[in-house]
Write a protein that binds this ligand. Structure first.
Ligand code: ZN
Length: 143
């Protein structure tokens, strides 16, 4: 879809790219609720999980699980993560942040205060440093 930001994401957000494979791509959320808050999208434009075929789902979730592993490593000792998908067709068009399917993968720590609704404001340098770290963890993963 031409009008979809996420369909054009690899070109627009190269600075914050974490990694990609044939069918999926991972990059930093522009308005993170935690350092290392990643979005993973299928390259194919769909709005929800059940629009993907079994094979596409398999590929997508295999990639999500690789990113999950990288995010947990990024979170450091004792760190965990949340994986979240929202489908909110009841929202007005203007309130919908993105209509392209995406999963949030968010590093978590005990009592970290994430989900109090605050977004972090990180400088572009900080975002680039986080993206670099996460992408190198992902790249160096062993199967
Ligand atoms: Zn799209």
């Amino acid at each position: 879809m031409d009008s979809c930001v996420f369909c054009n994401v690899s070109l627009k957000r190269l600075n914050h790219l974490i990694g990609e494979d044939e069918s999926s791509i991972a990059f930093l959320d522009r308005n993170p609720i935690a350092r290392g808050h990643v979005l993973v999208i299928p390259k194919k434009h769909v709005e929800k999980v059940d629009e993907l075929s079994s094979e596409e789902l398999r590929n997508y979730f295999v990639f999500i699980s690789r990113v999950e592993k990288a995010v947990i490593e990024f979170a450091g000792v004792g760190g965990g993560c949340d994986i979240i998908n929202h489908y909110h067709p009841f929202l007005e068009e203007s309130e919908l942040v993105k209509k392209h399917l995406h999963f949030h993968i968010i590093p978590r720590h005990f009592n970290d205060g994430v989900f109090r609704g605050e977004r972090l404001s990180l400088s572009d340098d900080e975002m680039k440093a986080i993206a670099l770290k996460l992408s190198s963890i992902l790249k160096n993963q062993r199967d």
